[in-house]
Design a binder for this molecule. Structure first.
Ligand SMILES: CC(=O)SCCNC(=O)CCNC(=O)[C@H](O)C(C)(C)COP(=O)(O)OP(=O)(O)OC[C@H]1O[C@@H](n2cnc3c(N)ncnc32)[C@H](O)[C@@H]1OP(=O)(O)O
Ligand SMILES: O=C([O-])CC(=O)C(=O)O
Length: 393
């Protein structure tokens, strides 16, 4: 055991195959089921990308109508789910609201755990569960923000597609096309990214033959941390702390002296650039133009160039997403729940892929603790092989 090489954080370890997305750090590119993500973001509604991730192909016209019809059928926030959120204190993080809501949805879906030995469910059941979570999460995220603001929930609108309806349920006003389009592109960019920490969590849970809801709940927990999805929220906290572009240098001096991590920068896989940043930066630029907020552009550019100069580290997707969601009007605490609403498509695609070719995920560890010793006053009890030999006489 002692001679085993430890791969801390599983860095560089290939644990399985996937056909869902291809992350290529050498060329800074990202493909979902073979399609370049910038092409998908430029042309597709998020509903089509969800279909692509689950089924491997973009939907035909009639399949898109089907997914949109089903999504509309399940949009309404259910009373039991709303009550489960209401039990939590307003001070709870909205990621806790979302995690609790998904857990309750799973518990209410009696098919999911009626027989613990068969919790995994059929592929058709799991596709249906994935679709329902995709449809229900916007209502949950919107409700969590409105509740914190002391506002009543807003019913979904059947005449609006996914992105426009999400914004409608959150703000109670019809968003302008430029904002709907920006939001749609952000959802596509966040949807999937191979074996990141939350997706891997979902696959570990799935590998024990647990159910899809348990895997999504675990994934939400993993996404909450600021080294992963929580970074988009953390970026806005940093922007608030800095205040304006002229304060970047002084702020960065102190932060680096204190060995702070600068959220929204760096990546485990992309060591040069994050493939999604240019597309999301364009989205941010359009929003800055739309809302006439050049101050945000100055702060963004100054922090990016100063940090690159000092540490040689590039921004990741969370860096442009944070200020973009801020400009759209979302509360900072809502940013990571938005990531959940998008990433649930990738998670569930991976859960189904794991189920289709399962192997229990169980790595080894190298023990570095105290060697065998004995409880004071106790007779020495042999362990392992010695115990077996003694028992055999
Ligand atoms: C959608 C997403 O989930 S993208 C990731 C979002 N997370 C963040 O933005 C959080 C900030 N970034 C980080 O903490 C890291 O870059 C991670 C966790 C994302 C990737 O980290 P790893 O691959 O484990 O690299 P690690 O953290 O060891 O960094 C390597 C070196 O770069 C430094 N570094 C990396 N990112 C940062 C950062 N954002 N701020 C300051 N220093 C950093 C580390 O301190 C380390 O320096 P050292 O070698 O002198 O100790
Ligand atoms: O791939 C990662 O490690 C994190 C990430 O960018 C994502 O999940 O989108």
């Amino acid at each position: 055991m002692g001679s085993l090489e430890v791969k801390k954080g599983l860095a560089g370890v290939v644990v399985d195959e996937t056909a869902i997305s291809k992350v290529e750090p050498e060329t800074n590119s990202l493909l979902y089921r073979g399609y370049p993500v910038p092409e998908l973001a430029a042309t597709q509604p998020f509903e089509s990308v969800a279909h692509l991730l689950w089924h491997g192909e973009l939907p035909t016209e009639s399949e898109l109508i089907d997914i949109r019809t089903t999504e509309r059928q399940h949009r309404q926030l259910r009373d039991d789910v709303r009550s489960s959120i209401d039990v939590l204190p307003i001070s709870a993080h909205p990621m806790d609201d979302v995690r609790t809501a998904v857990s309750v949805i799973g518990g209410m879906d009696t098919a999911a755990d009626a027989n613990v030995m068969d919790a995994v469910g059929s592929p058709e059941e799991n596709l249906h569960r994935s679709m329902r979570l995709f449809a229900e999460l916007p209502g949950i995220v919107a409700y969590a923000q409105r509740r914190r603001r002391g506002q009543c929930p807003i019913d979904p609108r059947d005449d609006l597609d996914y992105a426009a309806n999400f914004l409608w349920m959150t703000f109670g006003t019809e968003a302008e096309d430029v904002v709907v389009d920006a939001f749609n592109r952000s959802m596509i960019l966040y949807a999937e990214h191979s074996f990141n920490a939350s997706t891997f969590t979902a696959r570990v849970i799935t590998s024990t033959l647990s159910d899809l809801y348990s895997a999504v709940v675990g994934a939400i927990g993993a996404l909450k941390g600021p080294l992963h999805g929580g970074a988009n929220e953390a970026v806005l906290h940093i922007f608030d702390e800095i205040g304006s572009a002229q304060h970047v240098r002084g702020w960065l001096d102190t932060a680096l002296e204190e060995n702070r991590k600068i959220m929204g920068f760096g990546h485990r896989v992309y060591k040069r650039r994050d493939s999604r940043v240019p597309t999301m930066k364009r989205v941010l630029d359009e929003l800055i133009e739309h809302y006439q907020r050049p101050d945000i552009a100055h702060l963004y550019d100054r922090l990016q160039s100063e940090f690159l100069l000092r540490k040689g580290i590039h921004p990741n997707l969370d860096y442009p997403s944070g200020p973009a969601y801020h400009l759209m009007g979302f509360d900072t605490l809502t940013f990571t729940p938005l990531f959940v609403a998008s990433r649930v498509t990738g998670w569930t695609a991976h859960i189904m892929e794991q189920q289709a070719a399962n192997a229990l995920i169980r790595p080894l560890s190298a023990y570095v603790g105290v060697e065998e010793r004995h409880v004071p006053g106790a007779a020495h009890t042999p362990t392992g092989d010695a115990q077996r030999q003694q028992a055999a006489g």
